[in-house]
Design a protein around this ligand. Structure first.
Ligand code: ZN
Length: 165
């Protein structure tokens, strides 16, 4: 019975390869970003909790494992002539959203940011974060937004384009 349940999980459209099958004890710290595992979740910790960790165990959190493996859960590409003209303004908005998202959860991080001739591509550790980012740009600047989910693992590709005007 155990095997069939496992197969079902693997076939599940929403299966996340970075899902943590086992729970860590409270107080586990991610050695890369210093996130703290508590009550079944990875959280940003207060300095004092890190100085006196309740457990000496260390484990990379899922987002730091994605960064190590260069394995994004979301890719956001921003392109078009309009972007090139208002690049600074749009990238400032993106940075604000990234900061806000990253502040909410250690699982929301930027893996990589690639400057292209006709745009910018972001690789992110979280699919919801990718969607939030694309929607924020679309709300502020209109244009054309496409959101496409992968059919196997937890993955989303968000593409925003706008040409002049
Ligand atoms: Zn981490």
């Amino acid at each position: 019975m155990k095997t069939s349940r496992k197969n079902k999980l693997i076939k599940d459209k929403n299966h996340d390869p970075y899902y943590e099958g086992r729970k860590y004890p409270d107080g586990v710290v991610c050695p890369a970003c210093r996130a703290l595992y508590q009550g079944g979740h990875w959280l940003w910790s207060k300095e004092v909790e890190i100085l006196t960790p309740s457990s000496s165990e260390q484990n990379l959190c899922p987002s730091c494992r994605r960064i190590r493996d260069n394995y994004p859960a979301g890719i956001v590409s921003l392109r078009g002539q309009y972007l090139m003209r208002r690049r600074e303004e749009i990238l400032n908005l993106v940075n604000r959203v990234v900061e806000e998202q990253a502040g909410k959860s250690p699982l929301k991080k930027v893996i990589d940011r690639e400057e292209k001739e006709d745009g910018v591509v972001f690789q992110l550790t979280d699919d919801h974060m990718a969607r939030t980012l694309g929607e924020a740009v679309y709300r502020a600047h209109k244009g054309d937004l496409k959101i496409k989910y992968g059919d196997q693992a937890r993955f989303v590709r968000v593409s925003w384009t706008r040409d002049i005007p």
